[in-house]
Design a protein around this ligand. Structure first.
Ligand code: KIV
Ligand code: ZN
Length: 503
């Protein structure tokens, strides 16, 4: 619970509707339920479950999400057509609290080229749909599609009419991501000042990110009277995406001078972001605000030194607030002595000032040659032999059996401290089987927090890069490997992460 004074901002999550429109990221019903449960635990107020008229799959998802999740309101999208509304109502039959989200285009462009209707006809359609829905369900949200490019006077007219017809929430979408924050904020202020009955409904922001302004626009909306924000985890969504949930929520948490708060449990942000990224097969860009891999990674010497003196020198968010245990001080050619010393101490080496000087000059040469400096490299700098063969753990042999109707099995031989050891295990796929075999051999208690496979090009001969994060005793350890064989890369990345724990 956020302690900011001021207005509660309702979080309407549309990851499973607008977010799921992303090509290649479709989810099956079970995956949608898993995400819906995670959203419920995160504390969102509304979950948009889908557009039931659009496909049997969307219909089923709204039904199953309504059964599985009871705290948030479940919203179903419709066009301003009674048949759509009937189908959506049927899909919502098991919802504890259901909402119909209906609407129509209101910009001159949409009215003319999408609907070929006059403004009067558009108002009539909107009012008919809202009244029809409101006679059947208590909670009706109206979306004024392409409101971002609409004329404010017409927008105010249709908003006033649908509130009179019973709409409880009014969504003002910047459908094409065209508005600047100033314009979007002014639009909301205009509605607050010119719509007679505006206080009878909650105004909602639904901003797209085509020009990178979705979060800024939602914030401008809040500063002018918006009380619900429609957003998605990781900012995914149609084209360039939507306002990102984690960004708007953390802005309100961090900026105590903004008199507004949400009821989101921010400590669940990171795990929800990873769940969505994994299930939707959409890697999060490394520099993504709040949830990118580098969002709490410090690499330049000046910043690292400042961070080690006082975290708040360079961080405005405590990583614990979003559910990650630590910031990371990444060693690169731009790192300073303080960062090197910090990492050597982490590995248990305490060097004198002179020793550190020598190690630092060797480190700079190494960091110039390699992209990143591993713990083994650091041990070498500290005077410990860690040539490839002396690595604590390496993969010596790996064989997998998999294929249609086969039970995936893997045999792995590792060399641990010079000693060979071998195990065979089954799993629900070749990677799972291989990691199970490694787990049998290493017996290191870690929780797999993130597992990401990326291809560099799109060919079948491509190198697969595997990033893994494991958690042990509240610390997160990162592992990486790249190989044309993604199973080998996965095992090596896992060992890379786990061996950091072992040390
Ligand atoms: O962007 C948009 O206008 C929408 C509406 C359907 C709410 O997603
Ligand atoms: Zn949208």
């Amino acid at each position: 619970m956020n302690t900011n004074q001021g207005d509660k901002i309702y979080i309407f999550d549309t990851t499973l509707r607008d977010g799921e429109q992303v090509p290649g990221s479709q989810l099956n019903t079970l995956e949608k339920i898993e995400i819906a449960r995670a959203l419920e635990e995160l504390g969102v107020d509304v979950i948009e479950g889908g557009f039931p008229m659009s496909s049997p799959g969307d219909f089923k998802s709204v039904v199953e999400i309504s059964r599985a999740v009871k705290k948030p309101v479940i919203s179903a999208l419709t066009r301003a057509i009674t048949r759509d509304i009937d189908i959506a109502l049927e899909a919502l039959q098991f919802a504890e609290r259901g909402r119909i989200h209906t609407g129509i285009g209101v910009s001159p462009h949409h009215m003319k080229y999408k609907f070929n209707l006059s403004p009067d006809e558009i108002v009539e359609r909107a009012v008919t749909a809202v009244a029809y829905a409101r006679n059947r369900i208590d909670d009706v949200e109206f979306f004024a599609e392409d409101a971002g490019r609409s004329e404010n006077a017409f927008l105010a007219r249709i908003v006033e009419a649908v509130i009179d017809a019973g709409a409880t929430v009014i969504n003002i979408p910047d459908t094409t991501g065209y508005c600047t924050p100033q314009e979007y904020g002014d639009k909301i202020r205009y509605l607050k000042d010119h719509v007679r009955n505006v206080d009878k409904a909650i105004l909602s922001a639904h901003c797209h990110n085509d020009l990178g302004m979705a979060t800024a626009n939602a914030l401008a909306g809040i500063l002018n009277g918006i009380r619900q924000v429609e957003c998605t985890i990781n900012g995914i969504g149609e084209r360039a995406g939507n306002t990102s949930l984690e960004e708007i929520v953390m802005i309100l948490k961090c900026r105590r001078d903004i008199p507004a708060y949400t009821d989101i449990d921010t400590t669940r942000i990171t795990r929800t972001s990873r769940l969505v990224s994994n299930l939707m097969r959409m890697p999060v860009q490394p520099n993504k605000a709040i949830v990118g891999r580098n969002a709490f990674a410090h690499s330049s010497g000046i910043h690292q030194d400042g961070m080690l003196k006082n975290r708040e020198n360079y961080e405005i968010i405590d990583p614990a607030d979003i559910g990650i245990s630590d910031s990371s001080i990444v060693l690169t050619a731009r790192s300073g002595r303080a960062a090197l010393d910090y990492h050597l101490r982490r590995l248990g080496y305490s060097l004198s000032a002179e020793q550190l000087d020598v190690a630092y000059s060797q480190f700079l040469v190494l960091a110039d040659e390699q992209k990143s400096v591993s713990d083994d490299d650091l041990r070498m700098l500290a005077g410990v032999d860690t040539t490839a063969d002396a690595r604590r753990i390496r993969v010596d042999y790996l064989q997998v059996v998999c294929g249609k109707s086969a039970i995936p099995m893997a045999t792995v031989r590792l060399i641990v401290d010079g000693e060979p050891c071998m195990a065979t295990a089954a799993g629900n796929g070749p990677i799972d089987a291989s990691l199970n075999a490694v787990r049998q051999l290493l017996r290191q208690k870690v929780t797999l927090e993130e597992f990401l496979i990326q291809a560099i090009t799109r060919g079948t001969d491509d190198v697969g890069k595997v990033h893994i994060q494991v958690e042990n005793n509240g610390h997160v350890y990162y592992g990486f490997s790249a190989n044309t064989d993604i199973i080998t890369a996965s095992v090596e990345a896992y060992i890379d992460a786990v061996s950091k724990v072992v040390s």
